[in-house]
Design a protein around this ligand. Structure first.
Ligand SMILES: Nc1ncnc2c1ncn2[C@@H]1O[C@H](COP(=O)(O)OP(=O)(O)OP(=O)(O)O)[C@@H](O)[C@H]1O
Length: 303
């Protein structure tokens, strides 16, 4: 697997407080990496270190196999970012704003129409930015960050403050970047639903520590169902199951089966009935992704 971004023990301390601690991020090529965590978890601090805007207290970050601290200019040449609300000349048009930047970056003129097309702002290219919605301004910010054809785009909470239609447009735009433009995207958010709809990989940060990092499918698998048995005398009933080699957990007022197949559940119920226990209920309990996220971020680990 080729990693576009890799950090090793990346740490940032403010005074005695660790904002980011021992972070090992791995962002594979061509993925949309959702960097998820509650407010104050350390997302912006991490992103600022990745962009060379802040020096780590310890550890290192490499992007395109280059150390961000040591080869900052080289690294940033291939990275686009939207970290704070982008700034514009409101009385100028989208085109004119991009033209001002294009001259600084020294990229060909035709790139302006290309980036406007990518973010779907071609039709309003000659309108003044002061009349734009927040969503349009954000997309113009992305257009500006794409001018120099970066292969990695880093977005810090790009949907903050957008209305639902702005969020949907942003999501469509981001999802197209890897497939149509061979880019890798890092996007931070405190909203699980947003990451769930957009990302292909997830890193969850809580209190400065990375507590989960895997594919979105792996995260969804955690939300798998559980079979709950309600029986009389459940302590003894649980022991009866264990004695027959059926794996189960004894909870406060129920038994949780580890086996979820139809045959496995039938075997457990048959065993209990044969041993004289009354089976009151057999239920399926599904933990939502939201439950899992809350549990992970409140306890700092995964149960
Ligand atoms: N310049 C700074 N000086 C002191 N403490 C800071 C500084 N920047 C960030 N922090 C602290 O570091 C922690 C992580 O902040 P950070 O902004 O990285 O979190 P975040 O996950 O991006 O949150 P948010 O979604 O609210 O932006 C917070 O406790 C914050 O108060």
């Amino acid at each position: 697997m080729e990693y576009i971004v890799e950090t090793k023990k990346l740490t940032k301390r403010f005074g005695r407080e660790y904002a980011v601690e021992d972070l090992h991020l791995k962002i594979p090529k061509g993925e949309i990496y959702g960097f998820l965590g509650p407010n104050g978890a350390g997302k912006t601090t991490t992103i600022r270190m990745l962009l060379g805007l802040m020096k780590p207290t310890a550890g290192s970050a490499t992007i395109f196999k280059k150390d961000v601290q040591k080869e900052k200019i080289d690294v940033l040449r291939k990275v686009g970012s939207l970290v704070e609300n982008p700034s514009y000349y409101p009385h100028l048009t989208a085109n004119e704003n991009l033209e001002a930047l294009r001259k600084i970056l020294n990229v060909p003129k035709k790139r302006i129409s290309e980036v406007l097309e990518i973010v779907r702002l071609t039709e309003v290219a000659n309108k003044r930015v002061k009349g734009f919605s927040l969503g349009m301004k954000q997309r113009l910010g992305i257009a500006a960050s794409l001018l120099h054809e970066p292969k990695l785009l880093i977005l810090d909470e790009p949907t903050n403050g957008l209305d639902p239609s702005g969020i949907i447009e942003m999501r469509h735009l981001i999802k197209r970047l890897p497939t149509e433009y061979q880019m890798t995207v890092l996007i931070s958010s405190h909203l699980l639903s947003e990451i769930d709809q957009m990302a292909t990989c997830v890193g969850i940060i809580s209190k400065g520590k990375l507590i989960f990092q895997d594919s979105i499918e792996a995260m969804r698998k955690l939300a798998k169902q559980k079979i709950v048995l309600k029986v009389n005398n459940h302590e003894n009933a649980w022991r009866a199951l264990l004695a027959k080699g059926i794996k189960a957990e004894n909870n406060q007022d129920a038994i949780f089966l580890h086996e979820e197949s139809d045959d496995g559940v039938a075997e457990a119920v048959q065993t209990l009935v044969a041993e004289g226990y009354a089976v009151y209920r057999v239920e399926e309990e599904k933990r939502s992704l939201e439950d899992i996220f809350l549990q992970m971020t409140s306890e700092g680990n995964l149960k």
